[in-house]
Write a protein that binds this ligand. Structure first.
Ligand code: E4P
Length: 224
């Protein structure tokens, strides 16, 4: 199981990899828009540096035609390193580009997946990750859990392809995706925080502290 961060905020990425078991970062033009008018390549290079070599970075193409997608993928790989995952939306041109680029040993994350058929086409075209838009599926009356569990049978049988749950709006959706068979999830920093904030936990920690103080007064564990 892999957890990635769905963010392009350098501060959020630094914080998340410091505290949590984050193994990658996914971006798209809308996520980057939140950072304002930052220099695109320099910003992504900084993210790459913060991540180190073993965590994955997923960067999305912007163009929609096969030829331009391929050129953008080549530039992304040249600028950010060959281990970078190029995110390609699963359109007709996107599928052709995934087919071509996977033969050229690019790492591909197929994205903007709203249904099982798109996911299968991307899988058979050579995409390594299949980014399924969980919340957007729900908004469009598609059951994302059914799609994930069905797709998981195909990836297991095929021996390739990893389901990356994306587009989450709350922790319950993240857990449903994992329970249904997603290999990985990408989560916004605020969803991670919301999943960990609990007055029950805070009160439990306070009670333990009080119990300690009842016995040892102001002395800490290191003072004994
Ligand atoms: C990540 O790979 C996706 O691009 C992202 O999770 C989409 O999220 P959204 O539906 O909130 O735009």
């Amino acid at each position: 199981m892999v957890i990635m961060l769905d963010s392009a905020s350098l501060a959020a990425i630094e914080n998340a990899i410091d505290y949590y078991p984050i193994e990658g970062v996914t971006t798209n033009p809308s996520i980057l828009e939140k950072e304002g008018d930052v220099p695109f390549w320099e910003h992504l290079e900084s993210i790459r540096e913060v991540l180190g070599r073993w965590r994955s970075l997923h960067v999305q193409v912007v163009s929609t035609s096969y030829e331009e997608i391929v050129k953008e993928a080549e530039l992304i790989r040249r600028r950010l390193g060959e281990e970078t995952y190029v995110k390609i939306p699963v359109t007709k041109d996107g599928i052709k580009a995934i087919k071509h680029l996977s033969h050229e040993s690019f790492h591909i994350t197929a994205t903007a997946i709203y249904n099982e058929f798109q996911a299968l086409m991307a899988l058979l075209s050579g995409a390594e990750y299949l980014a399924l838009y969980f919340n957007r599926m729900e908004n469009n009356s598609v059951d994302p859990c059914a799609v994930i569990s069905s797709l998981r049978k195909y990836t297991d049988e095929y021996g390739k392809g990893k389901i990356l749950g994306a587009s989450f709006k709350n922790v319950a959706q993240v857990l449903s995706a994992l329970r249904s068979g997603a290999h990985a999830v990408t989560i916004a920093p605020e969803i991670i925080s919301s999943g960990l904030s609990s007055s029950l936990v805070e009160n439990a920690v306070l009670d333990f502290r009080k119990s300690w103080e009842n016995v040892h007064k102001e002395k800490g564990l290191l003072d004994l």
